[in-house]
Write a protein that binds this ligand. Structure first.
Ligand code: NAP
Length: 323
């Protein structure tokens, strides 16, 4: 089947880290746009973006990068999006579509919305895809394949514009769904923000233990701890901004989480094996459900490679055939 032609003519990316560079790579690979311009905050990142050939032009200012663009995607930490919108507002082409990739949506609408002029379409978005790595080298074209991209268009958004942006994300491999920004923030608070907070807490707690214990925590980390450390290695700036921007929804979910944790604590204290068994049976079914809908691989242990058996070692207790 032949690929559809470009969906937008000129894509401007503001911020070219993990997400921005993955969009650039995927849009190029899929012919989703004809031209890409980009800007990033630091000269080092701009240099690297040019070296990697991720954009046709790398510009020093965010305002210069959006000149003539018909799709602008802001890919910077949530807390920086309002300032970026203020910088680019006056330079946006009439009829352009402005979007973002921020992990929180109501705060983006609040901070960016006022700077988007009449005649420019604002459709915030969140590709629910990522890794614990950052920067332009960390991106890859397949990042969005089979993942969800959630659009949170305002009530008065033009349906044709929403559909065009959805088509762009579909061409990058994503499944697209629309929902109100506040609902997005509540859903992501439980599916993403709270798990990150728990991982940050557990890894921090282990680090506060006595020195000897800490080295054993690292040594025996395959018992489960290391899976938390991957999440807790996520970008500190990004996650600081997520918790500041989604404060209300995270606090609401944290309240429910604390109640559930108290229940499990009580079951352990009382030796209530049935309660623990029922709970763990329910959570195991949730994992199966995630695998069944294709949101994770069925491979055991997240598909980690297991090294081969040890080669020949001295065998002090080897038995001979005669024995
Ligand atoms: P990243 O790899 O750290 O890249 C961030 C980019 O934003 C860099 O180009 C950086 O420029 C630029 N930037 C940082 N602070 C800035 C500021 N104050 N003003 C202007 N530019 C600034 O981050 P990322 O993972 O791509 O995340 C970008 C956005 O995607 C965030 O809003 C995040 O919530 C969202 N998101 C992330 C993930 C994930 O798993 N990582 C998933 C979905 C959505 P310099 O390199 O020059 O500093």
């Amino acid at each position: 089947m032949s690929k559809p032609g470009p969906i937008f003519n000129h894509l401007a990316l503001i911020g070219v880290g993990l997400i921005g560079s993955s969009i650039a790579r995927a849009a190029r690979a899929q012919g989703a746009v004809r031209k890409i311009t980009a800007s990033a905050r630091s000269p080092a990142t701009r240099r690297r973006v040019a070296e990697l050939g991720l954009a046709d032009q790398v510009l020093e200012t965010n305002a210069a990068a959006v000149d003539g663009a018909d799709l602008v995607i802001v890919c910077v930490p949530v807390g920086a999006c309002g300032e970026v919108a203020r910088e680019i507002g006056d330079r946006l082409k009439p009829g352009a579509v402005v979007s973002d990739v921020g992990s929180v949506k109501a705060a983006i609408v609040r901070d960016m919305g006022p700077h988007i002029p009449n005649g420019v379409h604002f459709v915030p978005a969140h590709p629910v895809a990522g890794t614990e790595h950052s920067g332009p080298d960390a991106g890859f074209a397949e990042l969005f394949v089979g993942r969800w991209c959630i659009l949170t268009p305002p009530d008065n958004a033009d349906p044709a514009v929403i559909e065009r942006l959805a088509a762009f994300w579909r061409l990058l491999g994503a499944n697209v769904e629309s929902m109100p920004a506040e609902h997005h923030d509540l859903v992501l608070a439980i599916t993403s923000h709270l798990p990150h907070l728990i991982a940050y807490t557990i890894v921090g707690t282990a680090d506060e233990l006595a020195e000897v214990t800490r080295s054993e925590v690292l040594k025996f980390s395959a018992g489960g701890f290391r899976d938390f450390t991957r999440i807790a290695a996520s970008d500190p700036t990004m996650w600081r901004d997520v918790f500041l921007a989604n404060k209300d929804a995270v606090l609401e979910m944290l309240g429910t989480f604390n109640e559930d944790l108290s229940q499990l604590t009580r079951a352990i204290r009382r030796g209530d094996g049935a309660a623990l068994f029922d709970h763990f049976t329910r959570t195991r079914a949730i994992r199966r459900g995630i695998v069944e809908i294709g949101q994770d691989s069925p491979a055991p242990d997240f598909g980690r490679a297991h090294p081969g058996l040890p080669a020949e070692l001295p065998r002090p207790y080897a038995v001979s055939d005669e024995n």
